[in-house]
Design a protein around this ligand. Sequence first.
Ligand code: NAP
Length: 507
Amino acid sequence: MSHQPARICAVITETTVAAAQQAIKRASAAADLLELRLDYLRDFDFTRTENLRSLLADKALPVILTCRAVDEGGKQPLDEAIRLPLLIEGAKQYADYCDIEAAHFESAEKLSPDLSKLIISYHNFAETPANLDAIYERLLTIPAAIHKIAVRANHLNDTLAIFQLLQRAEVEQRPLIAIAMNEVGAISRLLGTAYGSRLTYGALADDQTSAPGQFTCDELQTVYRINQLRRDTRITGIIGNPVAHSVSPVMHNAAFAALNLDVVYLPIAVADLASFFTAFVQPESRRMNWPLCGLSVTIPHKVAVMKWLDEVDESAERIGAVNTIVVAGNRLKGYNTDAQGAMEPLEKIGALKGQRCAVLGAGGAARAVLYGLTQRGAKVTVLAREDRKARLLADEFQVQGAALDTFSQHDFDILIHTTPIGMRHHSEGESLLEPAALAACKIVYDLVYNPLETRLLKAARQAGCVTISGLEMLLAQAALQFELWTGQKPSVELMRHAALKKLGPAG
Ligand code: NAP
């Protein structure tokens, strides 16, 4: 495996030989090599190594044979006297590598493995041990073609330990595969190969992942362009908690690719802002050596992030939240593209000056919308389930405030819904307003984008209102972020296409 680039390794986790054979064929379009997880197979005769001949008959990629022991994540108990010869002889005769756990090497050694085909691995599904360096050193005492360390990251700094290990291996010129599992380990799966890991593992389908936090090969290849990432590829990403289902990576990465920009956008699950900024962002303290150029900020960090920045632009200051960070040299500057992003879809329909606007909800998104509307001279009333909250916010932005249940007592041209009600996996199918209350509005705009047509928007459409989905804001605020980082305008249609694909056919 010294001949790089062989980077994406498709993990085959089928439970039948026939399905595994099909998957081996499919893998050649999706990956650079494949790992066949024999321990997943239910109808395979493990006692006969020559059974691998037909199983691997159609292999077009280099193959790693793996048959995990149960204590290292294996799917079925197998006698070591069967498991180890299968791997060692299988690699010699039919495959390119076998992966054997360091803990089981003593028995394996007696079987004279071909060291040029041996991957020696260490797994820890519970944590990233503090003595990872010592573990690595112990691993190195076992001769092998490649060493592998896969540990569970419980904190983003655990991922840092993986990058430090990769750096060490590179300096010492030792082939290493190093991965931090779990959602917080995602950046090691995405950037690891650019930073020296010999490969990163991917599933062939969403429901076939073999370890926590694993991406699909398709995501690695087409969304994150793993094979093109280098150490100097500029880094952007979204920080929030959680971020695994964010639509932003597919949108931004599609736009970077279309403009041929050497920039990648990563999902970065951040629970603790202080340690993230210290270890990964602040130029003077960071331990992660990467060319970070910008970040999107989402729930729950939009307000708290402000104290970590050197500068915050006027609109973000007024809104009281930052959704975009630009890293310019040693300075971190915060922006809020939500306000302009929220207004653009409305302004495409007409000017907002003098329009009577209802803003439902009094949270973070409402603040951005209020800022945008008041800047444009709209006549705004903010309505919240708690009258007190509505009035407090209204006073701050010098607009009217009222309780949500008084909605039908007012006349509005435009309704902007900024609560999460109606959102998928939250309260899908619900709406804060009865359809009859919408008839007088000309435009109904729901900031919720999943589903694309919420119950509120469906009722508004049926009442004859012009409707706007939250997807429009999502795209507009993302396009503005993209411009802040790159100075270039992205293709919004391409971003839309990527977002719709990720959201699924029904949005
Ligand atoms: P937030 O700060 O938590 O605010 C949520 C607001 O909704 C609060 O005022 C809350 O009232 C209110 N609320 C929640 N449940 C309610 C209910 N059952 N009845 C009445 N009011 C209720 O959240 P946010 O950041 O503003 O985000 C809100 C929504 O906007 C989310 O769905 C988010 O996905 C969407 N959003 C979309 C975009 C986009 O680009 N399309 C951008 C930003 C946000 P209390 O204060 O009384 O709890």
